[in-house]
Design a binder for this molecule. Structure first.
Ligand code: SAM
Length: 209
């Protein structure tokens, strides 16, 4: 089975990619060193649907990159909703700022430039949905930092939990082992209900009880 071809097929029959997101993706491909970090069409749609279905109004994203997921979620927000998004690298702002403005949603997006490990502790919440998508070795740190700030019934999403399938390797390299350890700990965490989706690089959804 060709997973990439199936992903393209699913994209073709799903909600179309908004023109601004297409443009943002193209500019990210042309002007950044690691464009694959961007969520993209299918995962962007999943984020959009999760925000819409859950009715999330207060969202936190850790790891903005060029703002694809930020905007995908912002499109699903009600006018009184807002997203705070944290990014360590201010050199990416020339893309994210441009598309936040172009979308007409910049008033609902609060972007913080800084180290999320520090910035996350300055935010009080409460959040309805948190998307953790920065340094993967810090997933457990971010998860513990945000869980008390997430409302009961709220969602925490964590990206890249399958690490290109390397979580099945035996033995695993050091980095994969950290991701696998996080996944194993999460499966025993009684504070949440967990759902792991083998979509793209693996997306985990935790619902706080
Ligand atoms: C996978 S990309 C985010 C992709 C984006 N969420 C999307 O879906 O389009 C990860 C981002 O996290 C940022 N990052 C890594 N470590 C960070 C930290 N400690 N604090 C804030 N941002 C960080 C990186 O600079 C990078 O832009």
């Amino acid at each position: 089975m060709d997973l990439e071809a199936l992903t393209r097929y699913c994209e073709g029959v799903s909600l179309p990619q908004a023109a601004i997101l297409q443009e943002l993706e193209r500019e990210t491909n042309l002007k950044t060193l690691k464009p694959r970090m961007l969520s993209g069409h299918l995962q962007g749609n999943v984020l959009y649907f999760l925000v819409q279905i859950s009715g999330a109004k207060h969202i936190l994203e850790i790891g903005t990159f060029t703002g694809y997921a930020t905007l995908a979620m912002a499109y699903a927000l009600s006018p009184d909703g807002h997203i705070t998004t944290i990014e360590a690298n201010p050199e990416l702002a020339f893309i994210s700022d441009k598309y936040f403005k172009k979308s007409g949603l910049s008033a609902q997006i609060h972007q913080i430039f800084g180290d999320a490990k520090e910035e996350v502790n300055k935010l009080s919440g409460p959040f309805d949905l948190v998307f953790i998508d920065a340094g993967k070795k810090d997933n457990a740190y971010y998860y513990e930092a945000v869980l008390p700030k997430v409302k009961s019934g709220g969602l925490i999403l964590v990206d890249n939990v399958l690490w290109s399938g390397k979580v099945l390797d035996d033995p695993m390299d050091k980095h994969t082992q950290i991701i696998h350890d996080f996944n194993t700990q999460m499966s025993a965490d009684s504070r949440v209900e967990s759902l792991y989706l083998p979509m793209r690089d693996g997306l985990a959804i935790f619902r706080k009880k």
